[in-house]
Design a protein around this ligand. Structure first.
Ligand code: HEC
Length: 132
């Protein structure tokens, strides 16, 4: 009985280890970039600007990751979900066949591309107080 419980806990813990990466480091981003160049660049373009060689023929076209609002959400979880499940009715098909850890790396690379294109974070709120 006890050994069953132990086996269950072991299995559960192992399963729970799959999922978001423990840390986002350069190795993860490099991995994401490499997978992006193979699987995504044709439509999304090298920098995610939506200008890949295949993009012109698409309707709807992929948006510009660096400037346009994300329709499906832009947290790592949301982007992971988009990559895994696709966007129904568009050329963005599910990429569930890509190994899960590569999909997480891809999600973080997409968000890195987004970060690069965005203006620096706005000044702290204290600076925005109306002048007296
Ligand atoms: C065949 C072309 C094509 C390929 C390949 C492709 N995409 Fe897309 N992707 C699209 C299109 C088109 C959309 C826009 C769908 C829409 O209008 O909502 C999209 C949307 C997205 C979005 C949603 C952005 C939002 O608005 O929330 C993400 C994230 C994304 N793609 C990531 C990827 C990643 C990562 C890969 C590679 C694994 C990839 N795509 C491969 C065409 C493609």
């Amino acid at each position: 009985m006890k050994s069953h419980l132990f086996a269950f806990i072991t299995l559960f813990t192992t399963t729970a280890l799959a999922g978001p990466p423990a840390k986002v480091d350069q190795a993860l981003l490099d991995k994401g970039k490499a997978a992006f160049m193979v699987n995504c660049m044709a439509c999304h373009g090298e920098k995610g600007a939506g200008d890949g060689p295949g993009a012109a023929a698409l309707n709807p076209k992929p948006r510009n990751f660096t400037t346009d609002a994300f329709k499906q959400g832009e947290t790592p979880d949301a982007v992971f979900k988009t990559v895994s499940g696709g966007v129904a009715g568009t050329a963005m098909v599910p990429f569930a066949h890509i190994p899960e850890d590569d999909r997480w790396a891809l999600a973080h690379w997409v968000l890195e591309l987004r970060k690069v294109g965005k203006p620096a974070a706005p000044a702290p709120a204290a600076d925005k107080k109306p002048k007296k």
